[in-house]
Design a protein. Sequence first.
Length: 645
Amino acid sequence: MKKPFLAVSAVAAVALAWAAKDPVIMTVNGVDVPLSEFEYLFHKNSRQQLEAQPLDEYVEMFKLYKLKVADALADRLDTLPAFRKEMEQYRAELAAPYMADSTYIYSLVDEYFDWSREEAQAKHIMKFKKMGASNDGSRASLDSIRQAVAAGASWSELAARYSDDKGSADKGGLMSYITVGKFPYAFEKEVFTLPEGKISEVVETPNTMHIIMGAKHRPACGKVLASHILKMVPQSASPEMQAKAKQEIDSLYAVVKANPGQFGMVARENSDDKASARQDGRLSWFSAGEMIPEFDEAAFALADGEISEPVRTQFGWHIIMRHQSAPAPDRDEIKSLVFNRIHNAQDPRFNMVMERQTNNLLARHNGQVLEAPFAEMTAYIEKNGLDSLFYVRFADGPEADVTLMTLGKKPVRKITRRDFFSGMNRMVIPNPQAALSQFDRFRMWTINRKAADAEMERLAAEEPDYRNLLNEYRDGSLLYEASVRKVWDKAARDTEGLKAYFNAHRADYKWDRPHAKGWLVQAADDSIASAAKELMATLPVDSMVYKVRKAFPGKIQIDRVSVPKGANAMVDYLVFDGPEAQPKSSRYTVMFMYEPRVVDQPEEVDDVRGQVTTDYQNLLSEQWTEELKRKYPVKVNQKVLKKVK
């Protein structure tokens, strides 16, 4: 009998310790406000004021703030789908820095920065992947090639025979030198880390599969900006065509060598690369490996301002002029590149960071992923893909209540298949391989989300900064939505209320100068103006503007105005005998006032709608405040209030 009592006593002791640490400063409609939250907002408010606000004044302002939040909660504004979506997004964004494994992320930056100091020869044998189909055959083929090379077979001969990269196949699979950031991560990782001569295991990227041989490295050359002149001639061309192209490129080279200033003109008039010819032969900045090898090597071998002799590539003959060079990216550039990749769901580093985060969170929250029920679903998908029967069986039927993962110790939170599928778009994917790929991505994302939810709950309970920012955003959003509904929109839409308020307070609205009232019309010509006047004489006041604009689209501008003397040059000229003025837009040549009147004081609410709306909003706000004070009880703990720093 004593054990339960001791357990309850222990819980109570923890609760009392926490209460002593963060006592309640006030209770609003039964909701406790801890001292830490009050102090956080009080100090933030003080920093935003030119002069510190007295505590007693702030207490009254804070009470009203919490009363409005209480009213929003009573109206269930926190259950609105838009509000819940906004809060979920903010909650996740606020928690992200707490959950980020910065040490791991910066290790990826360091890795990429180290690679960026070099350029590496990429040497591979490649197979294209078949989308939506099994690639086991390609993987087995590459693995067999790897074993053959290890047994002494010629890499170059196998590359020429089996590689799908025809541009490098007859060169022993050599793609020349590459820099980081141009190829998939898995490919670059092997190219930059393999020792020369060593062969990788099969490397898979989103669209291809490879075996890679480690090759040479050299210091990074950076980027160059260059122009070129091209005379196209395929390598299969006849000797006569080859000779003609060579003669033409040699003639052009003689011209630009003698007068480098004419390079742009010669490129514009003679280059067969029409896209760059329009830009005087100018190409975009490029790094090693972005151009075909012969062009690449020639361009990087030049000094800035130097012109190459004719260079032969598979496309023909080139003359290259190098303009500028830039060094390899610095650490900040690499950091930005890696951070962008980490946030791209198509990049492997996105999954690597998510998996790392998931493992950390599962460890922190005693999370367990039960592989057996997942394996059962995987086996079904491997055989049938994702079909309607899959969801009937695993998401909705009796097997939906099978536990997939657990979080926490006391109490243990169980996540079932039903919970798991609640956020899934139930796609039907007949192809088993594509279906399994989609399911694996969803599994990883969902496990991460469930673990992250547990961590966000912990942050709200244990991290004051996180909790205060989250509560401030939540209450601020509720207060805004409640104010829109109770005051701002209500005042703007309450036409009868505005009229009644104006009539009751007419004496409060005075003008210090006469106003012109009527319709200001600008027309394309005299005939349009005459036709508009005839039409306006037949129209009711409330639809005049709309119907005139509809009758003469693009040929007339009409606005109902109530403007003081001196505020509008056109109205001054037409009504107050002011200086001559013309229509504002050159589209119109004629202007007139329809039924103009001069009045000394406001006649109706529309004459001073902006002022009346503001005053009416203030009245509604005051009425709302009085209603809140009557409706919801507030109790301030004066003893705790004295502890405010």
